[in-house]
Design a protein around this ligand. Structure first.
Ligand SMILES: Cc1ncc(COP(=O)(O)O)c(C=O)c1O
Length: 409
């Protein structure tokens, strides 16, 4: 008789998971207050500035500039860092498209460098190998809230005079060597898109400790106006990337929950690491690499097909889902294999033509990322890690059940 739910056996988990986002009347009232005030934009209200100050302080930065999403925040960070047409920017290939697309939208050239297998974050050695005389910036991604190896990345960047822009879209509340992620390099970029650990549906913020960078980011997000300058006084290229007061009101109430939620995710993540490591073929990601706290926007782990009778990752994930445990194969190809890159479909952004006429993403190979994205990488998402210890035990029980009955896969 079949044991696995995918074959008609009974499911390990029948209950539901915490839903996301989490909100109550306080959030609704905060937004309604803004509506009633009639002050809906930052030029007339004070919520956006209050949130910028609160989030910057929470993460440990001096300055915060709230913007419409975590994609333009990267582009603004690149422009503020002085990136020019054709400059090269090193990025990891295991990430959301925006990490590299923002580089193209700054008319610069994304150069992919491989990841480390047990963190899925940028490999500092691969980063260093990718540096050329044209490299001006690096964008380490704190994948899922796991700190990239910032100590080495910053040291290499400093030696080569390269700006470090942290893609901290997953890293709200995550800490590394006593600092909040997103405040370790020159600039940090966060997203408040609907799935993120701190959300207002859409939104983003740029953090920095550098007053000049902060002023430039502020100008860019405010149509190129100088801080304190006149309304019709545009000094640099910019656009309206301002967050609304309704979004800021929601972020302020959501921020009150973030600390407890982050503590819970971190504790559950550590527990899962300990328990899942006991199951053959399941390899949790590394901890203890300088991070004080992981935000677990994602809980990635590696799957070894050999310990599951050769069953594909797709089949393993489907079996877990059937057991009532949401699981994903994650980013299933390295970013450089997207048609956008293969065809260099960069629209009007032709900066690469002069500096890198040889540019050919089809010949790019990052072997660790290839393996992680196509064969071994899997993840659970943040809302699951908001569950109880019993919920974590059910995840472990389901994974163990699938492994013990892998002959059925
Ligand atoms: C790693 C990473 N960087 C950047 C972004 C872009 O953020 P947004 O969706 O707010 O534009 C995301 C969003 O999913 C992301 O996951």
């Amino acid at each position: 008789m079949a044991q696995l739910a995918i074959n008609g056996g009974s499911r390990v988990r029948t209950g539901s998971w915490p839903s996301w986002p989490i909100w109550d009347e306080r959030d609704a009232e905060a937004v309604a207050d803004v509506v009633r005030s009639g002050k809906w934009g930052r030029l007339v209200g004070d919520r956006v500035q209050t949130f910028e100050e609160a989030f910057a302080a929470y993460q440990g930065a001096e300055f915060g500039i709230a913007v419409v999403n975590g994609s333009v925040s990267l582009r603004i960070a690149l422009l503020a860092s002085g990136i020019k047409a054709g400059d090269e920017v090193v990025v990891p290939p295991y990430t959301f498209s925006a990490t590299a697309m923002s580089v193209v939208e700054a008319n610069a050239v994304p150069i992919f460098a491989d990841i480390v297998e047990d963190t899925a974050c940028l490999d500092p050695d691969a980063f260093e190998r990718a540096i050329t005389p044209r490299t001006r910036a690096v964008i380490p991604v704190h994948l899922g809230g796991q700190a990239a190896d910032m100590e080495r990345i910053c040291a290499i960047a400093k030696r080569h005079g390269i700006a470090v822009i942290e893609d901290a879209a997953h890293a709200h509340g995550a800490r590394y060597q006593g600092k909040g992620l997103g405040t370790v390099g020159d600039i940090g970029s966060f997203s408040f898109q609907a799935s993120k650990n701190l959300t207002s549906g859409e939104g983003g913020i740029i953090l920095t400790n550098d007053p000049e960078l902060a002023d430039t980011c502020h100008s860019i997000h405010h149509c190129g106006r100088a801080r304190g300058g006149g309304w019709y006084e545009h000094r640099i290229l910019g656009c309206n990337y301002r967050l609304s007061e309704m979004q800021a009101a929601l972020l302020l109430t959501q921020l009150e929950r973030l600390e407890d939620q982050t503590e819970r995710r971190n504790a559950n993540g550590l527990y899962l690491n300990e328990q899942l490591a006991k199951i053959p073929g399941i390899l949790p990601m590394a901890r203890g690499l300088g991070e004080d706290r992981h935000s677990y926007h994602l809980y990635p782990f590696r799957y070894d097909t050999a310990a599951f009778g050769g069953a594909s990752r797709e089949r393993f994930v489907a079996a877990l889902v059937a057991e009532g445990i949401p699981c994903s194969e994650g980013y299933t190809i390295p970013l450089y294999r997207q048609e956008f890159f293969l065809n260099k479909a960069f629209g009007p952004y032709t900066g690469w033509r002069d500096s890198r006429p040889d540019l050919d993403y089809a010949s790019m190979v990052c072997p660790v990322c290839e393996r992680f994205s196509t064969e071994t990488g899997c993840w659970f998402t943040q809302f699951m890690l908001l569950g109880t210890r019993e919920d974590m035990d059910e995840i472990v029980r389901a994974v163990r059940k699938v492994q013990e009955n892998c002959g059925e896969l």
